[in-house]
Design a binder for this molecule. Structure first.
Ligand SMILES: Nc1ncnc2c1ncn2[C@@H]1O[C@H](COP(=O)(O)OP(=O)(O)O)[C@@H](O)[C@H]1O
Ligand SMILES: [Mg+2]
Length: 272
């Protein structure tokens, strides 16, 4: 059973006389499979509604109209154990990792607390080992990272920490909003490779929000192109990026022509 948006609409604001509404999303539907792993890329220019869409999927925002469903149930009607199960199953990697952390917690607590809360491990040693593996998978050194506070890390390190945390919780779905936007180009492959491996080996489905059509091509099975809060084109990655129908998609491709699909990092990671 999938994670779904059904005809969702999000309108912000209202203004004094209700005149200045911003329609951030209009008539957006999608279904992400969870019985098998799939990767859906959401692409579109800044302001097209991508982050708003991810907040709907994560249950952080109520749609003005339409529904958000997890395994057939409206996420805003989930209570108790059912809500906790959804919260664990669908993990976030936020676009802005600065606001996502509690500044008074050190990194080890951020990783070990959820490991314990979600019952991933029975001992502290096991939890530490799990955290260390997740950090290494995104190119962070556990010894240098675990004892630090969030403000002692760079933006790129914080972003990688979010990916490590999401991976460690063994979710069914990861919703990643521009997960490598602050990461050095040299490390992007490591992180995207780790996410890809999670999909291949761990059966985790991925919503990958990006404006980088090259990595969308390399990582995704399906692509959804957003503009002004609407979906302008969607389908298999080969069709949408390989032979786009909509002028807007073509314009995006012209602005940043993707390199040929030569996912060296995917093959390396697969072979490892
Ligand atoms: N909390 C908010 N309050 C008012 N307007 C918002 C809010 N969040 C987003 N918007 C507006 O909704 C639109 C879509 O934003 P967003 O989903 O962040 O797009 P993207 O992630 O594609 O850049 C933009 O016009 C943005 O200004
Ligand atoms: Mg955004």
């Amino acid at each position: 059973m999938p994670l779904e948006l059904r005809d969702t609409e999000v309108t912000f604001g209202g203004g004094l006389f209700g005149r200045s509404h911003t329609a951030a999303l209009a008539g957006v539907s999608l279904a992400l499979a969870t019985d098998r792993a799939e990767t859906l890329a959401i692409v579109g220019e800044s302001g097209s509604g991508k982050t708003t869409l991810t907040r709907l999927l994560l249950g952080l925002l109520r749609p003005t109209a339409g529904r958000v469903l997890w395994q057939g149930q409206d996420v805003h009607s989930l209570r108790g154990a059912a809500f906790a199960a959804y919260r664990r199953a669908v993990q976030a990697v936020f676009q802005d990792p600065f606001g996502a952390y509690n500044p008074v917690y050190r990194v080890d607590r951020m990783l070990l607390l959820p490991a314990r809360r979600f019952g991933l491990t029975s001992s502290d040693d096991e939890a530490r080992a799990l955290a260390a593996r997740a950090l290494e998978a995104v190119g962070l050194r556990p010894a240098e990272t675990l004892g630090r506070y969030p403000h002692q890390l760079s933006g790129g390190q914080r972003q990688r920490l979010m990916v490590a945390r999401a991976m460690m919780l063994k979710p069914r779905v990861i919703v990643a909003d521009e997960p490598v936007s602050m990461v050095d180009a040299s490390l992007r492959g490591t992180i995207l490779g780790a996410l890809h491996r999670l999909r291949q080996e761990g059966g985790v489905s991925l919503v990958y929000v990006t404006h980088d059509l090259t990595t969308a091509w390399q990582l995704a099975d399906r692509v959804m192109v957003m503009r002004g809060g609407r979906v302008v084109e969607e389908g298999d990655v080969e069709h949408v990026i390989g032979s786009p129908r909509h002028p807007y998609t073509r314009a995006l491709l012209d602005a940043v022509p993707p390199s040929m699909p030569d996912p060296g990092w995917l093959e390396r990671e697969d072979a490892a």
